[in-house]
Each structure stands twice: as structure tokens, then as C-alpha cells.
Design a protein around this ligand. Structure first.
Ligand code: 6PG
Length: 622
């Protein structure tokens, strides 16, 4: 690993040259002072007390970058350079494999008093302009300058032997997140166990990232010791028992104030339990929902952190840096709420994901009655340019036309869908909280039904019905699809609202939608739209525009269902969306019959139309 390019940065007067020279003596890497590279014009400007602007600094930074590139191939370099802005650091970093940034941090008053004591072409008055310009870097080693230079240098040397962040578990997601962190310029330590099944994983990762700032470990204690305190460690391991076992084995090596982050798809109640257990041991815990699959993890996932706000604050800069960015370039990562709130929100994300996926599977089932795969793919990609545009729609269009040799992939793939549990957890939570999430529930059941393949094949042999082959009206299908997706999302939001009330989480639905607007599996134009709308209304059904739109699409949903009844096509999510909408827009339901039945056989009592709800009655049924 290369550690030879070190930039000591900070405002003028923070002691960069003193520290740089001393460090150079100790680690035997040549020292260079960036001040010596200023063009004459810059020096003159500064001595007259005129601050430099970006244009003045450009040739200077480019000259320094050239010097660093030469040094990279030779003995390395310790460069003392203010490097105040991110854009300056970008120029300095060009074509450099790895830079160890050391930021000397001190207050304005302290630095001003030091500058006044020494002779420097930079006037002390210019210091304010430097502070105004300073964009504190987010992946540096920060050193507070109060101590003597000797102490500062020893601290730097020690910090350089350690990393600022740890990632435990180099499976598909862990590896991608670790690479993402390196790409963002953080120094990391990685750990993976070494077993006959998981051999050489750490070595392979280190080889793939040769020259970058990563330390690899197969021993837990060494891994933990290599991370700067308070430690920040992201666990990317299989949710469930494995997570508990790993936490258990880490606890003896962790210290008060360390933050452990669980980035697996853990159940929100497990997160609460683990959080309490770790709190008893002085360790902080963040339950982090991570969405976006392998590509998202590498290029920018949507992140849903939950736990104590103070714990999130400690890890925010890392998570926000690696996350996807929304339309205004803000991180798709935002503090969600206490306890298991982050994992709860991820679970509901997955419930919505199940519904959206199943709706597209149903669209495919309908279209494939009369269209070939190329035609379906073309239609779906057309839809994708309109308001239904979504990541899932885009990939389903691609999937539909994908071929292996001459055969469509969809014709090769078995019609049985598995699951890892988050979809059913979402439905179970909804059932427990009394929230109808019928579209998601139907999607979970559709996966379960699909798994009975042998039985389905056996039973289908008895079927003796004339096959209808009318072409579906694609405009009707498109409207019905939009209708069902709105209902699916609304049901998910209602579940979030219920959980927020039950657990006092104070969830912000608009912000959650913003976090879901990029990087995650359910990202879509609709989610973006709702991230704005939900700032105005507490529920989609409080918005007249949404209601009128659903009413206008209702006929299409009905027509589609009629078509599929005639064609005997299984579309449970479309049915459930329609039925839910009908139920929610029917002023008088049939639940009066249920009340009467309960009172008849169990004297459960009933309420009366027009009376107070608290007032209940019993009737002596004959
Ligand atoms: C995501 C996904 C991801 C994973 C699901 C798969 O947001 O990136 O939801 O977490 O794909 O866990 O879940 P099933 O195996 O249950 O479909």
C-alpha cells in the first residue's frame, strides 16, 4: 500500500511547514512547501494584502499536482499546502492513486495570535479570507493543533497506521460498499472470516485495490484495533443469527463510544434488541437500511439509518458521502428515527418493492398472451419514458428481451420465486398494526403460490377450457398499472404512518420519499413526485389531485380485471389494488353484518349508526 503522498493542509498559520518538516525527518519522505510554488504574481498580491482567487490558485495547484505525480513514482512527498477548497483538492488529486490528507485544525483566534508572532508574506488580516474559503474536507485525518509539533507528528504517524472506518463482511454488498468508500477517498479497514468456504476473500480485495488506502484483516481483534476511535464499523453480514454471533464476538474488543452499524436487512425488533444489548455495554448502534443491490452499493445506495441521533451524527459524513444523490444533489441518506426505525423503513421499502415487482410480473403475464418478448420490451420502455418511469420498469423491459443464444432468458428461468423474508415481515407488521397493505400481501402470496410448482402442473392438467386470445387494450393496461402502483405506495406510506404513531418515531414521509428518490430499487418518477407532495399533505388520500386521478383510472382497472377473468390470468396485485380502492371509497361497508354476527354468537356487542362510537349494545337475537 502506498502511503507516500501526504498533504498537510489547513489555513495559513496552522503550522503546516513545521509539522511537515518534522514528519519528513521521522518517516524519511521528502518535504515540499507549497508556498515555494506560488507564481511571483501571487506572492506580490498576497504581500499587498489582496486575497487570491480561484484563477490565481489554478496554475499553482497544477504545478503542485505535477510535482506530486513525479513524486508518486519516486520517493513520495509530504506537501504542506492550504488546499482550502474541495475543487483545489480535486486538482491536487489528479492521477494520484492515494493521498493521505492531514488537516491541521485550529481556531481563528489561536492561528491569528501565532501569525502575528512570526514573519510571513501572508498578512494576518488575510486569515479571515482563508477561513471564509475553507471547506473542511470529509475524509481527512484531523489533528487539533494545540499540542506541540512533536506530539502532533506522533499522532499523525499513529493515525496513518489506522483507518477511519471499518467494513466487516466482504460479500457482494460489503465489497461494493467498501469500494465505494475507497472511491470517496476514505481510509478503511476490511474484515472477512477465513473459512474453507470463504477463502482468500480479504487478500483478493486488497489485491484488487492495490495502492489504495485499505488495510485487510481475517482476525477480528486486529481489525478492530486498526480503526480510529471512536470506531465506526459497518457490518455487512447475513441478517439473523449470524449478526448476533458477530456482535457477540466483537463486544469484548469494542469500547465506549464506538458505533456499530448493521447494514443487513435485519428485522426492526432485532435491531431494537441489539441496540439495547449494546447500550448496556456502552456501544452505540445504528440499524441501517441499505437499498440498491450490488450496483447501488458501489455507485451510491439509498441509505436509511436509525438509532440514536448522536450515533448517526458520528457516522453521517461517511454514509452521506457514499449514498446516491437526489435531484438537488443532496444525499439519499437521512436520519430516519430511533431504535429500529431505519430497518422498519427498509422493510416497508421492500414490501413496496414486492408489490411493484409483482405488478410488472402481472403486466408481463397479460401481455405475453398476445405479444412477443420484443414487443413487450418495447412497450415497457415506452412506458418508462412517461410518468410511470421507474428502475423496476426499466430493468423489466431489459429482462424481457434478454436472450441466451436464441432463447429468451424468461423462457429458461423457472417460474418459482424465492424470498428472504422482508416482504412477509412488512405484511406481518401491517397485520399487527391494523393497516391494510393488500397489494404487498398479495405479492408475498403470489411468491408463495408460485413455489407450489409440481402441484400447479398436476392441477393444470384437469383444465379443459377454451382459450380466449383477445388482444389487451394497452392503454387500459397502462392506466390500471399506474392506478395499482399509486395504491401500493399509499398503503406503504400508511404503514409508515402507523408505525410512527405506535413507536413515537416522528417519521417524515416526504423525507423518506426523498431518500427513496434515487439509489434504491423502488426509485421512480412517482416517488420523486410524492417527496414534494407529502410535504403538503399527511397522506396521498388527503390530496384531491390523487383522489380524482384514481377515480379517473378506476374504469381502466375494472376493464383490465374483466379481461383477465375471461383469459384466466392470475393478477392478484391488480385485484387487491382495485378492491382496496373500492372499499376505501364505499361510504357504507358490509361490516354491519360482521358486528351483528359477532354479537349473535359471542355477545361481542355492536355500535349503532349515528350514536357515539364508545357506546355499545347487545341484542337478544332470536
Ligand atoms: C434492495 C433490495 C435488497 C434485496 C432484497 C431481496 O433494496 O436493494 O430490497 O435488499 O434485493 O432483500 O429480497 P427478497 O430475496 O426477499 O426478494
Amino acid at each position: 500500500m502506498s502511503r507516500k503522498i501526504i498533504v498537510i493542509m489547513g489555513v495559513s498559520g496552522s503550522g503546516k511547514s513545521t509539522v511537515g518538516n518534522l514528519l519528513s525527518e521521522k518517516i524519511k519522505v521528502p518535504f515540499v512547501d507549497a508556498d515555494d510554488f506560488h507564481p511571483k504574481a501571487n506572492i506580490e498580491k498576497m504581500s499587498k494584502g489582496v486575497p487570491l482567487d480561484d484563477e490565481d490558485r489554478k496554475p499553482w495547484l497544477e504545478a503542485l499536482n505535477k510535482k506530486m505525480n513525479e513524486a508518486q513514482d519516486e520517493n513520495g512527498i509530504i506537501l504542506a499546502c492550504s488546499a482550502l477548497k474541495e475543487s483545489y483538492r480535486e486538482i491536487l488529486s489528479k492521477r494520484i492513486t492515494w493521498i493521505e490528507w492531514v488537516y491541521l485544525e485550529g481556531s481563528f483566534e489561536l492561528i491569528k495570535s501565532r501569525m502575528e508572532k512570526r514573519k510571513h508574506f501572508m498578512k494576518a488580516d488575510l486569515l479571515q479570507s482563508q477561513f471564509d474559503c475553507l471547506e473542511v474536507p470529509n475524509h481527512e485525518t484531523t489533528i487539533a493543533i494545540e499540542e506541540e509539533p512533536e506530539v502532533l507528528v506522533n499522532t499523525i504517524i499513529n493515525k496513518m497506521k489506522t483507518s477511519s472506518f471499518g467494513i466487516l463482511g466482504l460479500g457482494v454488498m460489503g465489497k461494493s460498499l467498501a469500494t465505494n468508500m475507497l472511491n470517496k477517498g476514505f481510509s478503511i479497514s476490511v474484515y472477512n472470516r477465513e473459512t474453507p468456504e470463504e477463502k482468500g476473500i480479504v487478500d483478493a480485495f486488497i489485491d484488487e485495490n492495490f495502492g489504495r488506502r485499505v488495510l485487510g484483516f481475517t482476525e477480528l481483534k486486529e481489525f478492530i484495533d486498526s480503526i480510529q476511535k471512536p470506531r465506526k464499523i459497518l457490518m455487512m453480514v447475513k441478517a439473523g443469527k449470524v449478526t448476533d454471533t458477530i456482535i457477540e464476538s466483537m463486544v469484548p474488543f469494542l469500547e465506549e463510544g464506538d458505533v456499530l452499524i448493521d447494514g443487513g436487512n435485519s428485522h426492526y425488533l432485532d435491531t431494537k434488541r441489539r441496540s439495547d444489548y449494546l447500550e448496556d455495554n456502552g456501544i452505540e448502534f445504528v440499524g441501517l437500511g441499505v437499498s440498491g443491490g450490488e450496483e447501488g452499493a458501489l455507485k451510491g445506495p439509498s441509505l436509511m439509518p436509525g438509532g440514536k441521533k448522536e450515533s448517526y451524527t458520528k457516522v453521517a459524513k461517511y454514509l452521506e458521502a457514499i449514498s446516491a444523490k437526489d435531484e438537488d444533489n443532496n444525499p439519499c441518506c437521512s436520519y430516519i428515527g430511533p431504535d429500529g426505525a431505519g430497518h422498519f423503513v427498509k422493510m416497508v421499502h421492500n414490501g413496496i418493492e414486492y408489490g411493484d415487482m409483482q405488478l410488472l410480473a402481472e403486466v408481463y403475464a397479460i401481455l405475453s398472451e398476445t405479444m412477443n418478448n420484443e414487443e413487450i420490451a418495447t412497450l415497457l420502455s415506452e412506458w418508462n419514458t412517461r410518468k410511470h418511469g421507474s428502475y423496476l420498469l426499466e430493468i423489466t423491459s431489459k429482462i424481457t428481451k434478454e436472450k441466451e443464444g436464441d432463447t429468451y432468458m424468461l423462457d429458461i428461468i423457472l417460474d418459482k420465486a424465492g424470498n428472504k423474508g422482508t416482504g412477509s415481515w412488512s405484511s406481518i407488521a401491517a397485520l399487527e398494526m391494523g393497516v391494510p397493505t393488500t397489494v404487498k400481501n398479495a405479492a408475498v402470496h403470489a411468491r408463495y403460490t408460485s413455489s407450489f410448482k409440481d402441484e400447479r402442473v398436476r392441477l393444470s392438467k384437469y383444465k379443459n377450457q377454451a382459450e380466449h386470445k383477445e388482444v389487451v387494450n394497452v392503454e387500459v393496461l397502462e392506466q390500471a398499472y399506474d392506478f395499482a402502483r399509486t395504491v401500493n405506495l399509499h398503503q406503504g406510506f400508511q404503514l409508515l404512518k402507523a408505525a410512527s404513531d405506535e413507536f413515537n418515531w416522528n417519521l417524515n414521509l416526504a423525507e423518506i420519499c426523498r431518500v427513496w428518490s434515487n439509489g434504491c430499487i423502488i426509485k421512480s418518477k412517482k416517488i420523486k413526485e410524492y417527496s414534494h407532495l407529502l410535504k403538503e399533505v399527511a397522506s396521498l388520500f388527503d390530496d384531491e389531485g390523487v383522489i380524482l386521478n384514481l377515480y379517473s383510472q378506476e374504469a381502466a382497472a375494472r376493464e383490465l380485471i374483466t379481461y383477465t377473468l375471461q383469459h384466466r390470468i392470475h393478477i392478484p396485485c391488480f385485484y387487491e389494488a382495485y378492491n382496496y380502492w373500492v372499499a376505501m371509497t364505499t361510504a357504507r361497508s358490509s361490516a354491519n353484518v360482521i358486528q351483528a354476527q359477532r354479537d349473535f354468537f359471542g355477545a361481542h356487542r355492536f355500535q349503532k349508526v349515528g350514536d357515539k362510537e364508545e357506546k355499545t349494545f347487545h341484542y337478544n337475537w332470536s
